[in-house]
Design a protein around this ligand. Structure first.
Ligand code: 1CP
Length: 356
């Protein structure tokens, strides 16, 4: 598990997040939330309105750094995550991308080799550099014990959007292309792998302490396709980073992978596993300890509904993971309806842990 378990470069000031990722059972466990910067925060909505469009915000280093820092100031999370989007990679490669207000992303679909040939990693550099500038601004504004997470979408998940031109429930367009023309689809995935290595390497050079790879749609693949389109490309990204001398820990988030998540960890060498809401943390921990640190997996909707049920679940998760390296998080991204007060309560309850 070579590259991902080495001591991070920032070791002398290492905070709880990087210690947990390196395999230490920290009490209380560190906490951050996927999509912790976003529409549930009034200060985000204000900055977003100033930026213009969502993409303008992603490519504005000053404002993107500001929204990255907002949830850190408000809640004191143990890690900040770069504010950007997984679809910045296809956009930087040259694919047309826009966000329909209230609906989500739209792209001009890539459906064949000719469309693929119009995309290039060289073209992506200026936009990748803007994101890297955001990373260095965030690092400069963060306490040294707060980790900074860089990220990208996993090639499979990014490809599902590139091929369908939008989000879809079944990822049918990409699955069909992969079945009908595996070599053609592999060319698309290889391009995303290459671009992602470059993108992540720039984020690390600019100050990211850790990387997360979001594979939100890995659960739509059968076992052989999961091997080919989830595990292999993720392995290739980790190998590419290692070849560039990059040793920061990587967290994989193969959402919906179920039983295949353990194989994913063993095959890719990720230091951390983001667990979705359905994953039984204690079972997974017994299987994977001490290979990887688990992260997760509170239901984002429980954070919306709150009350005693939320308090109870927080305690159950803490109890299941007591004595093991663990990073508290949600099982998927925070939703816009989340009351900020509930987030504050979550952080307070997790930090109250004595380790008993
Ligand atoms: O109007 C707005 O403000 C846009 C909403 C929004 C936000 C806040 C989008 C559009 N993206 C983001 C930021 C974002 N996206 C981050 C920032 C860091 C953070 O605070 O966590 C990250 C890590 C992402 C990752 C992302 N984007 C994923 C993977 C994680 C997941 O949620 O599964 C995916 C699938 C996307 C695509 C995307 N971007 C935006 C939306 C609404 C979507 C989902 C589209 C869909 O499938 O319907």
């Amino acid at each position: 598990m070579g590259i991902s378990r080495q001591a991070p470069a920032r070791a002398p000031q290492q905070g709880a997040f990087l210690a947990s990722l390196a395999g230490k059972a920290h009490v209380p466990p560190p906490i951050w939330l996927m999509r912790q910067a976003g529409r549930y925060l009034p200060e985000y909505r204000e900055t977003r309105a100033r930026a213009g469009s969502f993409l303008d915000l992603c490519y504005n280093p000053e404002l993107a750094a500001e929204v990255t820092l907002q949830p850190i100031r408000r809640f004191g999370f143990d890690a900040a995550i770069l504010f950007s989007d997984i679809l910045v990679v296809p956009h930087a490669l040259g694919q047309k991308l826009w966000f329909e207000e209230g609906e989500g992303p739209r792209l001009e679909p890539v459906a064949d080799a000719a469309a693929l040939a119009r995309l290039s990693v060289d073209a992506a550099v200026p936009r990748f550099d803007l994101v890297a500038e955001t990373v260095s601004r965030v690092r400069a504004g963060l306490p040294s014990s707060t980790a900074l997470i860089g990220f990208c979408g996993a090639p499979w998940t990014v490809a599902t959007y590139m091929v369908a031109g939008r989000g879809s429930q079944d990822q049918a367009a990409a699955r069909l292309w992969a079945y009908r023309d595996p070599a053609g689809f592999a060319a698309l995935v290889d391009l995303v792998v290459e671009a992602s290595i470059d993108y992540l390497a720039r984020q690390v050079a600019a100050g990211a302490d850790c990387l997360q790879i979001f594979d939100s749609w890995s659960g739509s693949l059968a076992e052989p396709e999961f091997e080919r389109w989830v595990i292999e490309p993720t392995k290739a990204i980790l190998a590419g980073l290692k070849a560039r001398g990059i040793a920061v820990p990587v967290i994989g988030f193969p959402r919906g992978a179920g039983l295949l998540a353990a194989r994913y960890v063993r095959a890719t060498g990720v230091a951390g596993l983001g667990c979705d809401t359905a994953m039984p943390l204690d079972v997974m921990a017994r299987d994977l300890s001490p290979l990887a640190t688990l992260q997760g997996n509170l239901d984002p909707l429980l954070l919306v509904s709150g009350g005693e049920a939320l308090d109870r679940r927080i305690d159950q998760i803490l109890a299941a993971m007591a004595g093991r390296p663990f990073i508290f998080n949600l099982g998927h991204g925070i939703v816009p309806e989340t009351p900020p007060d509930h987030v504050a309560r979550l952080v307070a309850l997790v930090r109250r842990t004595s380790g008993a």
